[in-house]
Design a protein around this ligand. Sequence first.
Ligand code: SF4
Length: 422
Amino acid sequence: MSTLIDELKKGQRPGFLSQIASHESLDEETLIERVLSGRVVICRNRRHEFDPIAIGAGTRIKVNANIGASPTQCDFEDEIVKVKAAIGAGADTVMDLSIAGDIGGFRSRVLDECNITLGTVPVYEAMIGLPHPSELTLDRFLKVMQKQAEEGVDFMTIHSGLLWEHLPSVKNRVLGVVSRGGSIMAAWMKHHQRESFLYTHFDRILELAREYDITMSLGDGLRPGCTADANDEAQFGELEVLGELVQRCRDEHVQVMVEGPGHVPYHLIEENVRRQKKICQGAPFYVLGPLVIDYAAGYDHIAGAIGGALAAWFGADFLCYVTPAEHLRLPTIEDVREGVIASKIAASAVDLARNHPREIQRNLAMSEARQRFDWEGQQNLAIDPAKFCDYLEKVDPDTEGDPNQACSMCGEWCALKRANSR
Ligand code: SF4
């Protein structure tokens, strides 16, 4: 079976390329050159029929929403509503992080009902039903990976970079290992006193990825879980291994991106991104947040959007949203919406700063609608039209005037009305 990279190398041009190029305001040959160099990925399982997107250099910053049931809240009807709410709010991709219930049934519904890129973390499903990570085996992991691949999952997080040699440096941390996948593999290695099978058998994982044309998303099992642990020996030690694995993916013509933190103080974000880009040879960088302070609980979507905007400005390509529920509970539908919108604001700010034509046009159209007091036009252009509608309070500042001019912010002091009246 050939992968997208194989096809492009043979000169084949799948139909979706022109649609992606147009959406990104790129010419098709530039897009192809970046995919071939590994700086852009198009995540698309060969079994999944949908409109894929591009992630990486020169494309718009993309936003992912994590959805999924937990053992304490396992209502897949609710999770489907969340997926649709995330897409409605502008998410570009969805990851199913379920750790309980009929996960396969849920993913099938997402794939059938939603036109979106789907990602997973196979080690989660492989762990379900096991009393301890030590009982996890390579075969069990590969079976789950194959099952998810057959369902049509487009990209998978694989924590192959966390090695035995990194475990001592974790002891110097305030918060240790905070990644779910990382904690599973750290516990496995400690129990068996040997190297992670996700690393020693990475060739088997790559075989499956090639067969279904799955994009590898190399997980950062040692991402810092607090600002004090950012950019430490453990994090950067794992990053070196991720760089090696990027090359192995590319050698097999499997597309690859790399995941990143986490919690990182503002002044360390630039180093984080620049190092990843250098070590991983320009592979797309997919960051979770990063959260710029540790105590914004309830407002972590804002802490994450601030970090995400800065990371994207320095070269991160893909932002995993953070919701107001982070660190506190499974997100509600409203948490999901707010999380996506916060990350979309971060992404759009960077797209505008990079002069993306669609972003310039939307900002200009909004400003012109404000100038005309075109409230309906403003609502349609707003990042959250429903909230725009809820908040709007039009007033009549002048009984002779147009009641649609001015809002309750300034009333008769409305600067726009004053400046435009004769
Ligand atoms: S009243 Fe103030 S905030 Fe409202 S439209 Fe006029 S200038 Fe803008």
